[in-house]
Design a protein around this ligand. Structure first.
Ligand code: 16G
Ligand code: ZN
Length: 547
């Protein structure tokens, strides 16, 4: 009998039956659905994460329980690979298969074939870090994960309630022998915030820059951890907390947080809006961040992931030039990035831009092609990554550089590196970087907003009978199936100036998404509706026809 089968035959094996009412899919953001359906999924993910570690010869891996910006009734799970990156794709397929397996017999068959495929040796001790967001359901789901991990005698550490990016950071710390930092909250805040304060000390003239931030914590873990961060920041930033009620679970992401503000293009509820004040919203697990402000006439201005990317890429490029190093930088976006941000990056910043399909792992992967890769989704999820050799080069040059201005640029690059969580998008780290660049430039949010003008745009959803009949190509910019749809989109787009539109099946909701941009808001709105109506007609639309 295989060693896997014998685990299932032990008298103390605890069974978590699959009620069979839902089909699960491990997508770009793991598995997510109503928390009530997740017990058996969590138990199986506990076993899978243990095997992932064993397969990697006891490297430390991570498991995060979160449903990010989803409503409070939902929950989910995401696995983290040893360098703090997303789980390898071939294992995503296994996670899907395991979650849908009908009974223990089926689970043990899937695990047995996994063990033989990867030749996993039972003598490796699995090592896992686990964490969860503030959702009420998290604790119970964690218990199921622990049962699964214990069945494989895992050595695990539970970090309790933490942000998703913190867990990614801790996993990398462990596997780099702590070269990246210590795997604990204190070291995380110390590393990032010390670099931020060092850089702040180099800034002599703040001009229009304002240190006061109105912080929308989405009533989630981002608010909790920002409170912890305050003692490290030593008043370098004045952070006024809003939407920080983590004890009332149903308030999580409710009419607040980064996803709400970005999707609805309006301020969150739960805070008063003062003209020209600086607002930040994060999402329910604090891996996304967006900025916004309103002017005296109450007009709303959003500074999203595209804006953060251009701000950061432009600044880092300047420092590279000033340092005299021969280092390349590139920016990675998705089709959702505003056309004018892409033009600005290529034509004004003269930084190469790549476009990849939606989902952080695609952006992260592409960013690795550059010495320094900056990637952001328009929704505010992103970071920058440095090649190991470039990180070492910058530090080495700084240790021997005699030229004062080159040395300053190198020191600034080191600070930026040290305040970056390179493993994944991180609202806290991203905030420190944005605040640094704004301070260095002496900019208000209005100054930042005026760097270029966004093209008016509109997002829509269409519900169809089966969104799996849709497939896309060219980084989601072309719709391949249903056949003939792209031709129709092209002819509609041709009627509007500066227009662009694309459609893709959502990975997280049962809908097809439509993006449209054009010279005016009226045109963008009309374009979106026309494209949505064509989808509805060609793909068995459900509910009301878009109008
Ligand atoms: C997930 C992705 C996010 C992406 C979004 C798209 C990660 C960690 N998260 O939240 O990057 O923008 O899905 O959702 O990869 P959609 O497929 O429903 O449009
Ligand atoms: Zn998130």
């Amino acid at each position: 009998m295989s060693w896997i089968k014998s685990i299932f035959n032990e008298s103390n094996f605890i069974s978590y039956p699959n009620p069979g009412s839902i089909v699960f899919q491990y997508g770009t953001s793991g598995i997510r659905c109503k928390a009530d359906y997740l017990d058996h999924v969590m138990h199986r993910m506990g076993m899978l994460v243990a095997l992932r570690s064993m397969c990697l010869k006891s490297a430390r891996v991570g498991l995060m329980i979160t449903a990010s910006h989803n409503a409070h009734e939902d929950n989910g799970v995401k696995l983290i690979d040893p360098q703090g990156e997303m789980l390898e794709s071939s294992w995503e397929v296994l996670a899907t298969e395991l979650s849908n397996a009908i009974d223990d017999q089926h689970v043990s068959t899937v695990l047995t074939s996994l063990v033989s495929k990867y030749n996993i040796d039972s003598s490796y001790i699995p090592k896992v870090y686990v964490g969860r967001d503030t959702r009420y359901s998290g604790k119970k789901l964690l218990d199921a994960v622990i049962v699964g991990m214990k069945q494989f005698n895992s050595d695990f550490e539970d970090f309790g309630v933490i942000t998703t990016p913190m867990l990614h950071f801790f996993v990398r710390c462990y596997n780099t022998n702590c070269l990246y930092g210590q795997p604990n909250e204190q070291s995380y805040f110390n590393k990032l915030t010390t670099a931020f304060k060092d850089m702040r000390n180099m800034c002599t003239d703040y001009k229009n820059y304002n240190t006061v931030i109105e912080f929308d914590g989405a009533n989630g873990v981002g608010a909790l951890k920002m409170k912890d961060a305050l003692s490290y920041l030593d008043n370098t930033l004045i952070i006024n907390m809003h939407n920080d009620e983590v004890s009332s679970s149903e308030k999580l992401n409710s009419k607040c947080g980064a996803d709400f503000v970005k999707s609805n293009q309006c301020p969150p509820t739960g805070l008063s809006i003062k003209p020209n004040a600086k607002y930040i919203s994060v999402d329910g697990d604090a891996d996304r961040i967006i900025y916004f402000f309103v002017d005296e006439s109450n007009k709303f201005y959003l500074l999203d992931g595209d804006r953060i990317a251009t701000l950061v890429a432009g600044y880092v490029k300047e420092q590279i030039i000033a340092s005299g190093l021969d280092v390349n930088i590139g920016l990675v976006q998705t089709a959702y990035s505003n056309g004018n941000s892409t033009n600005f990056v290529s034509n004004t910043l003269k930084v190469p831009v790549a476009c990849v399909p939606t989902g952080v792992k695609h952006l992260h992967h592409k960013a690795q092609d550059y010495d320094i890769g900056v990637y952001f989704e328009a929704n505010g999820h992103g970071t920058l990554i440095f090649k190991e050799s470039i990180r070492n080069l910058i530090r080495k040059e700084a240790s021997k550089q005699k030229d004062e201005s080159k040395l300053i640029a190198l020191k600034k690059l080191i600070c930026i590196m040290d305040m970056t969580n390179e493993t994944v998008g991180d609202a806290y780290s991203d905030m420190l970087i944005v605040e640094t660049v704004l301070c260095e430039r002496g900019w208000s949010l209005n100054d930042w907003y005026n760097t270029y003008a966004d093209l008016p745009n509109r997002l829509m959803k269409v519900t169809v009978k089966d969104r799996n009949t849709f497939s896309t190509g060219d980084a989601e910019r072309i719709c391949i199936r249903p056949l003939g749809l792209q031709d129709k989109i092209n002819s509609i787009v041709a009627n509007y100036p500066m227009a662009r539109s694309f459609v893709r099946p959502s990975g997280t909701e049962d809908v097809v998404r439509v993006y449209a941009e054009a010279d005016t808001q009226v045109h963008a709105d009309k374009l979106a509706v026309e494209v949505a109506a064509v989808i509805y007609d060609m793909a068995d639309g459900v509910g009301k026809r878009p109008s």
